[in-house]
Write a protein that binds this ligand. Structure first.
Ligand SMILES: [Ca+2]
Ligand SMILES: [Ca+2]
Length: 130
């Protein structure tokens, strides 16, 4: 084997999880270049029911998913993030729960603070009521 490529390998997800994972990525990647930059993510969430608060979801998502902090989320980073969430030891998410949350975000719901085993600087949204 041996790789000439520096990109980390992409984790495998079961097909039923991979589908909404790809769908949400495609929705954010407005210019379809295979990378999601922060303005694209902000535009996606701010266009939904959250309005201007959507930008906070976009930033929280970036904090957690942009592993190499290059201000751009590759599809590999995205898939690997969800693979980490599935394997989280502290918070055992079921695939059903992950799929349900992904479908909610596809419909414009807020990003939630996922536990993928890494810490995040995600702040609480002010005034978020029930
Ligand atoms: Ca893009
Ligand atoms: Ca990145």
């Amino acid at each position: 084997m041996g790789s000439v490529c520096a990109t980390p390998p992409m984790a495998e997800l079961p097909a039923d999880v991979a589908k909404p994972v790809k769908e949400l990525f495609d929705l954010m990647d407005a210019d379809k270049d295979g990378m999601v930059v922060l303005p694209e993510a902000e535009r996606f969430w701010a266009s939904g029911k959250l309005g201007k608060f959507g930008k906070m979801s976009a930033r929280a998502m970036f904090n957690e998913v942009d592993d190499d902090a290059n201000k751009s989320i590759s599809y590999t980073e995205w898939v690997n993030f969800w693979a980490n969430v599935r394997e989280s030891k502290e918070h055992q998410y079921t695939d059903e729960e992950i799929i349900e949350e992904l479908n909610a975000m596809i419909k414009g719901e807020a990003w939630r603070d996922w536990d993928d085993g890494r810490s995040t600087s995600h702040a609480k949204e002010p005034g978020a009521g029930t």
